[in-house]
Design a protein around this ligand. Structure first.
Ligand SMILES: C[S@@+](CC[C@H](N)C(=O)[O-])C[C@H]1O[C@@H](n2cnc3c(N)ncnc32)[C@H](O)[C@@H]1O
Length: 202
């Protein structure tokens, strides 16, 4: 295993790659929201050379993402777009897939709702939204560790916290995003997928 990766990326990248191998078979253009360090982008662009991976994040993370891209020298990873979901102005229907990992519990809930709006705007009909992280279902945490993580997040910032799947479903449905699949992942995380409906009603 590579020693230069963040610990959580080293743990989750292979299981995520296995899901992407199944779900991104027909995908070419990917927009990542909240690329963070850029490590997922370069790992998945290496694993799936047919993908054109567009990184994005708040400006404060761009130097880290650019450094990782420069180091890996990949032809299919694009430098980060300046994308704050709260203020994004984006072209319609530009991507086959949107990927985002570990963002929904960091953003305030209004930003999570706005992320779904951005996703629906930029996805082509038939495109997929992949969202990875810890989530709550039926108002229940799926592990004690996630309940504690939620408390830690809330202590750090009241606007952060593990999100309810039902709340996300509510955001998705009115934005022409239909739930496609849910994968149980290691460490009590989930990979959630939504499909952009044909004949958008957005
Ligand atoms: C916990 S980090 C996850 C980074 C990376 N995806 C990963 O899994 O390591 C959360 C990311 O969400 C981004 N983020 C927070 N608020 C955002 C917003 N309003 N718009 C876009 N990205 C945002 C942060 O800048 C950060 O990169």
């Amino acid at each position: 295993m590579r020693q230069d990766l963040a610990a959580h990326i080293a743990r989750n990248s292979q299981p995520i790659a296995e899901v992407l191998g199944v779900e991104f078979g027909k995908v070419t253009d990917v927009l990542e929201i909240g690329s963070g360090s850029g490590q997922h982008a370069t790992l998945f662009a290496t694993a799936f050379p047919q993908l054109q991976w567009q990184t994005s994040d708040l400006d404060e993370n761009h130097s880290a993402i650019n450094a990782w891209i420069a180091r890996e020298q990949l032809p299919n990873v694009l430098p980060p777009l300046s994308l704050d979901v709260m203020t994004a102005k984006l072209p319609a229907n530009s991507y086959d897939a949107v990927f985002s990992a570990n963002t929904a519990h960091i953003m305030p809930i209004a930003a999570v709702e706005q992320m779904f709006a951005v996703v629906s705007t930029v996805l082509r009909a038939g495109g997929v939204f992949f969202l990875y992280g810890p989530f709550r279902q039926d108002l229940e945490f799926n592990a004690e560790s996630n309940a504690r993580f939620h408390e830690t997040l809330q202590a750090r910032d009241r606007g952060m916290g593990i999100r309810d799947l039902e709340k996300l479903e509510g955001f998705a449905t009115v934005l022409a995003l239909d739930r496609l699949r849910c994968y149980a992942m290691p460490a009590n995380n989930l990979s959630l997928l939504w499909l952009k409906r044909d004949g958008s009603v957005v």
